[in-house]
Design a protein around this ligand. Sequence first.
Ligand code: C2O
Ligand code: CU
Ligand code: CU
Length: 517
Amino acid sequence: MNRRDLVRWLGLGAVTHAARRTLFAHADTAHFGAASRSASPSFDPDVELSLSAAPGEASILPGAATRVWRFTGSVLRGPPDSLQAVPDSYLGPTIRLRRGQRVRIRFTNQLPGSTIVHWHGLDVPALMDGHPRLAIAAGDEYVYEFEVSNRAGTYWYHPHPDLRTGPQVYQGLAGLLVVSHDEESALRLPSGEAELVCILQDRQFDAQNQLMYLGGGMMDQMQGFLGDQMLVNGKLRPTMSLATRAYRIRLLNGSNARIYKLRWSDGTPMTVIGGDGGLLEQPVRQRYLTLAPAQRADVILDLSTHAVGATLALETAAYAASEVSMSAAGMGGMMRPSAVPNGTARSLMTLDVARRERAPWVLPTRLSTFDAAWDRPADGPMRRITLEFRQMQWLLGGRTFGMLDVAEEETVPAGSTRIWELANVGGMMGMSMAHPIHIHGRQFRVLSRQRANGAVPPPGSVREGLIDAGWRDTVLVLPGDTVRLQMHFTEHPGLYLYHCHILEHEDAGMMRNFKVV
Ligand code: C2O
Ligand code: CU
Ligand code: CU
């Protein structure tokens, strides 16, 4: 095929594909969009919140305010600090819950279109999980009721409607959900003023400071949207004024498609104490921390030996874009390269060591112990799931999303333990990308990660920052990698999702149901 044929053929593919995914959107919504749910009188909550999603404004860049969509909320019952605003930001309030609490969240959709909220990382009954079939129409309410059963840790919430998750999150709909528990509180980790939240997102703005999305059309959709500005907590390169003490920093990569390779500018090692599903068994100290979309990390930054007046920055370090996105020559020529591709080095946030404070604290060497599920052997055959590019689409196990589609091998008994092998085999014309694969329900354990060509990663690789330890709900599967997960499936029966958390891939159908029976 010569280049001109290729262009034409890709064009056709693009049209057919895009058409299928947008024309039927209305049908889907009409068919599945009447899912509002009211409170159940028999559920007696410890915490009751109201949460709404609505258009609003935020000041992000100097000058004109930016039109955004945002979550706001209030506490109707329970501890008043169950919601904590992210100051001066479009981000949703941080929801703070304790393990064991019974929670009711009254969600109202004040957006122009349909939506539904997903509690990313939480193990909740299927009707509480925010599956796209449960999307509610503009003006409707969906009442969530569940008990918090997760380990203490950093989770998050975001919309999950079919075809529109990417744009809705991009317009500002995302927030952190922090679970605490006595076992963790006993460690006396830095808290209160000494606990910081950092949500990383990239955006692109027009000359009037308004958000731009998918300007590159089909190609952006295929590669995932990368903005040219990297924000922390909804601010461009913010400065935090800190003291000479230890801090706990909860990091979330809330970007649609960008993969960060984080480090401290002054060479201070990254001390990672937790991942997606709470504390690790022991701290991991390394130069870099790679964070893929939807992944979280809990990091300790001890400034007690820094001098007052010192400054350091949180940076994303350089790596080769080809490590996470590659294509053969013909296709490569066609890709509109992003102005700020993955692997671009940037300073994200400045930390000023501004005050002396004496708060002696020693990081425990042992952080937590995992429950029996960690070591439980698989009770069924291993399942291999390919991640590949075919017929101009990203496929998950050879298939794309259908609202209620479940295959035989996607059906699992409640509470069973299985090994799923994710094989990133690439595909057509050498197209291959890193895919952060996320599974709803329980957290999983990464058993192994194999590279196609073995060997140690080259210096400067994005792999230098990977952490697979501890409980995870999202794992980055790099091109050529085969990653084995051990998954203890939720005890709650019903329909759940697994998908790529590059939101453009998810919206384009790199998502499937699994059914717990
Ligand atoms: Cu964070 Cu199914 O998503
Ligand atoms: Cu999720
Ligand atoms: Cu993907």
